[in-house]
Unconditional design. Sequence first.
Length: 209
Amino acid sequence: MSNLYVMDHPLIQHKLSLMRDKETGSKEFRELLEEISMLMAYEVTRTLPTKEVEVETPICRAKTRVISGRKLGLIPILRAGLGMVDGIMTLVPAAKVGHIGLYRDPQTLEPVEYYCKLPVDAEERELIVLDPMLATGGSASAAISFIKKRGCNNIKLVCLIGAPEGIKRVQKDHPDVDIYIAAVDEKLNDHGYIVPGLGDAGDRLFGTK
């Protein structure tokens, strides 16, 4: 079973509460999502390997550590995942960014890939799939499956809010993919929205309906 990491840092929880407020406008919503993503990236990258190097300080030569070998790739799920990219790139500007787009087939209700462009060396990178809302888990699970079909196996999933149903779905379908999340909410409603949630993240991010 994949690990679930719930990040209850006070700054994350404070900013998430502001995002939940229906009176929060698109500009502030975007800024908060970027800030939370940056804070979450601190924990998501905690296991990156390091190596010892020698540098010349103003005082003397010193042995210190830098990130070793492991290259990162960020894969936002369109649209809402785009709002998480800049915050993480602030900390890891050398990361490459791919994109994956899905829609739900009206007949089968299954996710269908309409766009997937990954970094050319994606199979050599640790890939971080980004999507603010983990509701039913269908889209996230499908996105991870599409990425795996392209030869990538080192994958993490980072979300803002998740419902128990979505978390269980991803853990069942992808027991090798760890999940990082800021809050686990109560449930899904009859329309598949997370309760209490924050509404449609994509619409609130871009000011659409």
